[in-house]
Design a protein. Structure first.
Length: 357
């Protein structure tokens, strides 16, 4: 029997509630499809930081380096500055593990309505590929003369040929694997005349390796309009770390709720484990109330199963999610319903057990 080792890192806020739900659903998948998942749980997060000064132990990466994948909840607490949390935990895993391709699918699931008036479902089916290792999140910069009138601060966007090339190849490859074979390269090369011009040039070079993929280029500001007004003209999108961060929140809102949106931080070469997480964040305002939407974690778990090669289990879990979202009595408050995390989780596990596809 196949056996996977998954590192579960619930993190902060509602992270522990949604990860518990995810573990339950994944165990139900494993039981249904005849494999075993061993979960190792890690208490890394803001509580640990407040007590010990570090989000994870010094040898933290070594503790999870050999795992098949990482299931991550969220990072962020009201009394810890966000940039400390981000760099202390999430980026402290993504960057050394070279998870350079961040994949964010968006679809309108059954039973969920988009705030876009003319979108009922099939018009909006996108995958955003976010460059996840450099660009605006490279961490290059500094501050001098702190607090003085002459204070200076810089955040430098770093783009490398190797970094752009690999994310372009990944995005073109992903676009090719989807029925429409359509890729939009998001840029801002009108204003940012160095790195973004290189980004465009490399996109055109890589495009030549994928003659069967139709592609176009779009300035990021115009892209927000196209996503809103002509969503059906878009399929796969590739964008820089910051541009895709912004566009993916817009995409999640169009899909009905941030509580549903999944993401995968992939190291496509599999030199290091990849990390799967819901996009929603720690949501401290609803923490401990048992009403967090676990669908973002379930959908992220689908992506994890696909990456592990458990395609039947992945498809089955996705069908279970869609059966459950179709039933409005199983919507959590972010979707306007009254269901609890445990109601949704139980229903997904039941749907899994009863799925004979
Ligand atoms: C995301 C989030 C993070 C990001 C935040 C929490 C720092 O918004 O995953 O999109 O900007 O990367
Ligand atoms: Mg974001």
């Amino acid at each position: 029997m196949k056996n996977y080792r998954i590192a579960a890192i619930p993190g902060d806020g509602i992270g522990s509630e949604v990860i518990a739900a995810g573990v339950e659903a994944l165990n139900a998948c494993a039981a249904r499809d005849g494999f075993v998942i061993d979960f190792d749980h890690f208490d890394w997060g803001s509580e640990r930081y407040k007590k010990t000064g570090a989000f994870m132990p010094a040898n933290g990466l070594d503790l999870i380096r050999k795992h098949d994948a990482i299931l991550f909840g969220s990072a962020g607490a009201p009394d810890v500055p966000d940039h400390i949390t981000l760099w202390g935990l999430r980026l402290a895993i993504c960057q050394p593990f070279d998870q350079y391709a961040n994949v964010r699918p968006t679809r309108i699931l059954p039973g969920i309505s988009s705030p876009l008036r003319n979108v009922s479902g099939p018009e909006l089916d996108w995958v955003i590929v976010r460059e996840n290792s450099e660009g605006e999140y490279a961490g290059v910069g500094g501050r001098v003369h702190r607090g003085l009138p002459e204070e200076v601060a810089t955040d430098v966007s770093m783009f490398t040929r190797a970094g752009v090339q690999r994310v372009m190849r990944f995005a073109f490859g992903l676009a090719r694997s989807r029925p429409r074979k359509l890729l939009t390269v998001v840029t801002k090369s009108n204003a940012q005349r160095h790195a973004m011009v290189m980004w465009d040039e490399i996109a055109a070079e890589v495009a030549a390796e994928f003659p069967d993929v139709t592609w176009d280029k779009m300035l990021v500001d115009a892209m927000t309009m196209r996503m809103t007004l002509k969503p059906e003209t878009i399929d796969t999108i590739v964008a820089t770390n910051l541009h895709a961060d912004i566009l993916s929140d817009l995409a999640a809102a169009f899909a009905g709720s941030l509580g549903i949106a999944p993401t995968a931080n992939l190291n496509p070469e599999r030199t290091f484990p990849s990390m799967f997480e819901p996009i929603h964040g720690s949501a401290f305002d609803i923490m401990g109330k048992g009403i967090a939407n676990p669908v973002g974690t379930f959908w992220s778990s689908v992506m994890m199963l696909e990456f592990l090669g458990e395609t039947n289990a992945a498809a089955r879990l996705m069908r279970a999610i869609e059966r459950v979202t179709a039933d409005k009595s199983l919507h959590t408050p972010d979707l306007g319903g009254k269901a609890k995390t445990t109601d949704v989780t139980r229903a997904v596990c039941e749907a899994l057990a009863g799925d004979n596809g």
